[in-house]
Design a protein around this ligand. Structure first.
Ligand SMILES: [Zn+2]
Length: 1082
């Protein structure tokens, strides 16, 4: 314990100052405007996080740790970083969001786990090693240390005791165990696969490492395609639940729609039809040809098929290539084509037959179709063959437009594109099927056009059914089927800096898993010099690593030298955080049951597909094992709620004429509002773009934190944009939140309380800060601070009525803010609106005029709530302000050890309990309508309900029995409303039109002479009664109005004499003929 010493002045100031220093006008002015931010302010703000951190760490030992079988857990996790060595603003944004949510949950009483670790394997470390001769481990650990220091500055509260690094053998031992579990289940297998091969570096490259022209990003070599034996994980085995469980994640917006759509698209289930096309071949080759199977989602376009295209590795292509040199040449070149190439080669002498041609009476359907080999056809989609329908498919259309290669040179296809599906039902079968003028395909389903009357005009879906039926009837192959885009996960990497695959290859036994007791298979500790200029896979070159004995037959064998894709590490690390020091298991099953799934997962949308899909797959797999026994309860889904944050874009200057990006030193920023290019009068173009070295628009979060402090940086980051939007980082705008936080600090120092010991005693805050408003008012009443009528046993309403409207507004804003901020922290995650709501509340505290002795008390109370709501965002400022605020109460003064605002340890010079120990404020939703300065007023004319409007409440000092004041208030307020004016306006108001006289009433000129105005239930009901016409009316009952519980509205059912009694309450006698008579009688 190392309690922090507060400067004595701060603690003692409240009772040293002269009395009656509630907000004076000078003070208010100082608070509300013209706060000139000085370097001093910045210095003060940026000192707060370091000032309070030791207090949080020592006195209050951080977030409570989360234990097995915890009832209310909240596992908040940001995607763990790759240790690049520098923390950028994107990191800061993720960690700010997760830290804010973790602190909020902690204040709400959850047991929070908010861990951080390092996705520490990967290519950049290895490349640094190759370039600089530094060991990848050294490079990685240096980077982790550097980033950790930067992270500590941002004021995050992390469960550091669970920190993990995926490159630690203690971690990757379990990654290997996971691999073996998959292997034993038959979910890890080896197969030949086409890879990107860099012939210079002798290594496999990921797709992202090959540029658009097919060159290696590093060596610059032309990348080759090569068949290599690779390790795969059978993610396809889980494709159905991976797809179907997206529905559960969609519920209540738990996952963003965009991510769900991307996952769905990646898994890519489509319903379609398998069809088969017979082939004919010219020449002497009499080997029977198998018909070509194609898969299509649009069998309704079969009438419009113009060609067949095969993938480069289709068996028929391979066979033909054996005796066609031009074809072989084409195939060799095709390896270098960009992925979206629309090149094609016409297979010589091969034709395909449209299976429907012979079954329909429509000569427009080509009976024989050219067959191409085309790189745009994927080997593994369908069966490596597609039917080409240029009229109704974008890629087919593009393919058809391009000249093609053939054995005899280039060929141009001049047949016009056929369109067979029409948006509207075609009228006659003679309506043109072939259109030559269109310059694009039509993709939507519609109606089939054909000369065959049986098919003509069929909607697409019916056409599909009919086509399948007809083909099957004729004994041809046609089958409804589904197709998945998802491919098994290739995890092999021929690199050093990854988790070794724990397999031993034995010439007799095949691939044999490394025995449990021999795990981890550790990376050999090669000398740093080994890496410099190294080509290929260092593991494959290290005989000590590679040569081993077979665990089964004990004969010499070879260790697998591939390492795992780093996505494998991140597919399960969130399990490990729950039980990070467990040596024998990935995670204890009881702890996995208690801790999974992650409640809130925060990260960049760039991980919307691969990482999240792999993590979902591995979790679903673990849910079928003893690792996560109760995983099926959560459908094996690892992340309950996913928050994807947008990127951070930097302010970018460029030359308006050349478009060249400008370096900071080329800019004249002496006048921030009008930047110029140095030495010229040229105004640069300003844009916000992804931060990159080439655009000179990067921002160092460390520098920003050093300058403004962690709290201001965090708040600015959250305030500038909704969490999921791009954040345009503009440092000039930071003064907005800076001013707000300064104001919060100043308000916490305002002299809310009277200073004499005697008075102070009377302002004792309640023990429970979150009591309901009515309980608070009763408490103040009991302390003789709130005066109600009647004094004894006042009804609930009397307590509210005893407040000045401005005080009511302040209390209402407090509770409305709690409602909206809690909602934003728990449901919408619109953290930018949290800040704007808190700014509004801050202004309300500052601007509410001093209306009674209670006003400052309510302001103090509003601050108690405000600081607790701001604490997750700006912990340093909130703690500083909190300590000042609570030190200004009498509990501090009295050394009252029993009051919760005062910990048993603190003395005058020690801080009180942390703001974080008081929990998050609870809203009193019931009180909000009662605190409104307005009330609903129902307006009747002659007892008939006409409309209702909100009007200002009757001032507290007007007694219920004071009818004239009630009436005046009602008329005044109603005239402020549009509805009221519709009735009361002298020129054409309903009441005036109905009236016989245009003469205004003497006392109430708003109504015509002779009308009676009744205002009851403190203007909850206002009735305008027309003067009786001519004859003395009967003892007619008045129309019923709302009957109040308290009997206040007995008037609504009064008969004549009763009404007279009411008039006697203060309404002036009416001037109507009959009444006059009656009055005269009186
Ligand atoms: Zn063996």
């Amino acid at each position: 314990m190392r309690p922090l010493h507060l400067p004595r002045a701060v603690c003692q100031r409240p009772w040293r100052l002269p009395p009656c220093r509630f907000l004076t006008s000078t003070q208010r002015r100082a608070l509300s405007s013209g706060e000139k931010e000085t370097t001093n302010t910045q210095q003060r703000l940026n000192a707060l996080t370091p000032k309070w951190e030791p207090f949080w760490n020592n006195e209050w030992s951080g977030l409570p740790q989360f234990k097995e079988n915890a009832k209310e857990k909240a596992y908040i996790l940001p995607m763990f970083p790759y240790p690049s060595g520098t923390l950028h603003l994107g990191h800061l944004r993720v960690y700010t969001i997760s830290d804010v949510l973790a602190r909020f949950k902690q204040m709400q009483g959850y047991r929070v786990l908010h861990p951080i670790g390092w996705d520490a394997f990967g290519l950049p470390a290895e490349n640094a090693a190759i370039e600089r001769g530094v060991h990848p481990a050294t490079w990685t650990l240096q980077n982790i240390d550097a980033m950790k220091e930067q992270m500590k500055l941002m004021g995050g509260q992390w469960s550091w005791d669970r920190e993990l690094r995926t490159c630690d053998p203690a971690f990757y031992k379990h990654t290997q165990r996971l691999f073996l579990m998959l292997f034993e289940r038959g979910l890890a297998y080896q197969a030949e696969s086409m890879v990107n091969w860099d012939p210079v570096d002798e290594t496999v490259l990921a797709n992202e490492q090959v540029d658009a022209n097919g060159y290696s990003w590093r060596s610059g070599a032309k990348v080759e395609k090569k068949m290599l034996k690779q390790w795969f994980l059978k993610i396809k085995e889980f494709q159905k639940p991976l797809l179907e469980d997206l529905d559960a994640l969609a519920k209540d917006g738990m996952w963003p729609d965009r991510v769900l759509a991307m996952q769905k698209n990646w898994i890519g289930r489509s319903e379609g039809t398998k069809l088969s096309f017979d082939i004919e071949m010219d020449g002497a080759d009499q080997t029977p040809l198998e018909s070509l199977q194609v898969y299509t989602t649009r069998a309704d376009t079969l009438f419009g098929v113009m060609y067949i295209a095969l993938s480069l590795n289709h068996p028929l292509v391979r066979r033909l290539a054996e005796r066609s040199e031009p074809l072989q040449d084409f195939l060799n070149q095709a390896k270098d084509f960009p992925p979206d190439s629309k090149e094609g080669f016409l297979l010589p002498g091969v034709r395909a037959k449209n299976p429907i041609a012979s079954l329909v009476d429509d000569e427009d359907i080509s009976d024989t179709l050219p067959v191409f080999v085309a790189p745009y056809v994927l080997d593994d989609y369908g069966s490596g063959a597609v039917m080409g329908v240029p009229g109704h498919d974008t890629r087919d259309f593009a393919f058809w437009q391009q000249p093609k290669t053939s054995s005899s040179g280039s060929v141009k296809l001049d047949t016009p594109v056929k369109y067979v599906i029409h948006a509207d039902p075609p009228s006659t079968s003679s309506e043109a099927i072939v259109h030559t003028t269109k310059d694009q395909p039509t993709l939507d389903k519609g109606f089939l056009a054909s000369k065959d009357a049986r098919f003509h005009g069929l909607p697409s879906d019916e056409a599909i059914e009919k086509i399948i039926h007809q083909l099957q009837q004729a004994g041809k192959f046609a089958e409804r089927t589904e197709n998945w885009r998802l491919r098994d996960w290739l995890i092999s990497r021929q690199r050093y800096w990854g988790c070794p695959i724990p397999i031993i290859h034995c010439s007799d036994c095949g691939p044999v898993p490394v025995h449990e007791s021999a795990l981890p298979v550790e990376l050999p500790d090669l000398p740093a010099s080994f890496f410099q200029g190294q080509k290929g896979n260092p593991l494959a070159d290290d005989k000590n690593f590679k040569n081993c004995t077979c665990p089964m037959c004990k004969k010499p064998a070879e260790r697998e030298t591939d390492t795992m894709d780093t996505f494998m590490d991140s597919s399960w690390y969130f399990f490990r955080f729950l039980d990070a020091r467990n040596e024998i298991e990935l995670v204890n099953p009881g702890i996995a049951n208690a801790g999974m799934p992650v409640d809130i997962y925060v990260g960049g949308v760039e991980h919307a597909i691969l990482h999240l899909l792999y993590a979902r797959f591995i979790s679903k797999f673990l849910a079928t094992t003893s690792v996560w026994p109760e995983g099926s309860k959560a459908l094996g889904e690892p992340f309950k709620r996913l928050i994807t944050q947008g990127m951070v874009h930097g302010k970018t200057y460029s030359d308006p004429t050349t478009g060249r990006f400008l370096r900071p030193e080329e800019m004249d920023l002496s006048q921030p509002s009008t930047p110029l290019i140095k030495g010229t009068n040229i105004v640069p173009k300003i844009s916000y773009e992804k931060m990159s070295k080439s655009k000179y628009n990067g921002v160092d979060p460390g520098a920003t934190i050093a300058k403004y402090g962690a709290d201001v940086t965090r708040a600015h980051m959250l305030f500038q944009a909704p969490v999921s939007d791009v954040l345009e980082w503009d440092e000039e705008k930071i003064t907005g939140v800076q001013r707000w936080l300064v104001r919060v600090l100043r308000l916490s120092k305002a002299k809310w309380f009277p200073v004499s010991k005697h008075d102070l005693g009377a302002f004792r805050p309640p023990h429970d800060l979150d009591i309901s408003v009515i309980t608070l008012l009763r408490y103040l009443h009991k302390q003789d601070k709130l005066h109600t009528a009647p004094k004894l046993f006042p009804p609930e309403e009397a307590f509210f009525n005893a407040l000045h409207p401005d005080e009511m507004v302040l209390l209402a804003i407090v509770h409305e803010t709690i409602v909206s901020v809690t909602k934003a922290y728990t449901e919408t995650y619109s953290l930018n609106t949290v800040i704007s709501d808190l700014m509004t509340l801050t202004n309300a505290v500052a601007d509410t005029p001093h209306r009674s002795a209670l006003t400052p008390w309510f302001k103090w109370y509003a601050m108690v709530h405000l600081l607790r709501m701001a604490a997750p965002i700006a912990p340093g400022v909130a703690e500083e302000a909190w300590q000042t605020l609570i030190s200004s109460t009498n509990v501090y003064f009295r050394k009252d050890g029993t009051h919760p605002l005062r910990s048993s340890l603190n003395t005058d010079t020690h801080p009180g309990p942390s703001v974080f120990t008081f929990g998050f404020p609870r809203a009193d939703g019931d009180a909000i309508p009662k605190l409104k300065p307005t009330r609903t007023c129902v307006v009747q004319v002659n007892g008939k309900r006409k409309f209702q409007v909100d009007i200002r409440k009757v001032p507290v000092d007007v007694r219920d029995s004071d009818q004239p004041s009630m009436r005046m208030h009602a008329l005044e307020e109603l005239l402020k409303t549009e509805e009221g004016r519709r009735y009361l306006d002298k020129e054409g108001g309903v009441i005036w039109r109905e009236s016989e006289t245009k003469e205004a009433d003497e006392l109430y000129p708003e109504v015509p002479k002779g009308w009676t105005v009744l205002a009851v239930k403190r203007c909850g009901l206002v009735n305008f009664i027309a003067p009786k016409k001519r004859k003395e009316p009967k003892e007619a009952k008045e129309v019923k109005g709302d009957q109040g519980k308290d009997g206040e509205e007995r008037w609504v059912e009064v008969s004549r004499p009763r009404r007279k009694h009411l008039e006697g309450w203060g309404s002036r006698p009416t001037q109507g003929k009959g009444q006059k008579k009656e009055r005269n009688k009186k």
